[in-house]
Design a protein around this ligand. Structure first.
Ligand SMILES: C[S@@+](CC[C@H](N)C(=O)[O-])C[C@H]1O[C@@H](n2cnc3c(N)ncnc32)[C@H](O)[C@@H]1O
Length: 215
């Protein structure tokens, strides 16, 4: 009932991704399809607003990633890693626990003529890592421990999130906000159009890891 189409990203036309078609069916789904969608959400078939915003930010300010080994953690379509590669990263590794997301990241990297190594487990990421990008990975509170896993890499960690106003950790500092919408449009609430970027520099870790406040 839907298909993949290679599409330039709104506001970031330098990048093309194979994503669900913009006129994907939005009516009621047969129960077995609904169950399958819930059991294995195809996050990789959308470019989430946070990933889109982060990609724009990296292309506009390549200094964050140029010449560095960048890890796109929770890569989905691979949008953040692709932007990092285009912005001059010396090496990009993408990591996602979803095998389909790993495949999507590899295919999308090829579509944009950049090279990304893809792994499905953080343990498989070659060290050292200079920069960790996490775009829209904290959508589930169960993923909060990933922040600690990222900071344990002793890298510059950049978190982009449209659902969290305050990470609730004094070892992360707000960078800036920008406007970006998930593509294709999922009809999200206006409050999720604002993407907030937070960063932690190596050596900035503290023992404060209190839970984030959701928007
Ligand atoms: C909402 S998508 C965001 C994808 C992409 N970063 C973007 O902005 O479009 C979140 C992704 O994080 C991945 N993810 C969730 N938990 C993870 C984990 N523990 N390790 C690696 N990836 C994870 C999911 O499989 C999914 O592809």
């Amino acid at each position: 009932m839907a298909h993949l189409a290679a599409q330039p990203l709104p506001g970031c036309p330098e990048i093309r991704l194979a994503l669900i078609n913009s006129d994907f069916p939005t009516g009621p789904l047969p129960p077995e399809v609904m169950r399958a969608v819930i059991a294995e959400p195809a996050y990789w078939a959308f470019c989430w607003g946070s990933g889109l915003g982060l990609a724009r930010a990296l292309l506009d300010a390549p200094l964050h990633v140029a010449g560095k080994h960048v890890l796109d953690l929770g890569s989905g379509s691979g949008v953040a890693g692709i932007a990092a590669a285009m912005a001059g990263a010396s090496r990009v590794t993408a990591c996602d626990i979803d095998a389909d997301a790993c495949l999507a990241t590899a295919v999308n990297a090829e579509l944009n003529s950049v090279h990304i190594d893809v792994v499905d487990d953080l343990a498989g990421v070659p060290r050292p890592v200079d920069v960790v990008l996490m775009a829209d990975v904290l959508y589930d509170r169960a993923n909060l421990p990933l922040l600690d896993a990222a900071t344990a890499l002793d890298a510059h960690v950049i978190v982009a999130d449209s659902r969290i106003r305050d990470l609730g950790r004094d070892d992360f500092t707000p960078m800036f906000e920008l406007q970006a919408l998930t593509f294709p449009n999922l009809g999200e609430f206006d409050e999720f159009r604002t993407v907030r970027l937070f960063e932690q520099h190596p050596g900035q870790r503290t023992s404060n890891s209190s839970p984030a406040d959701s928007a």
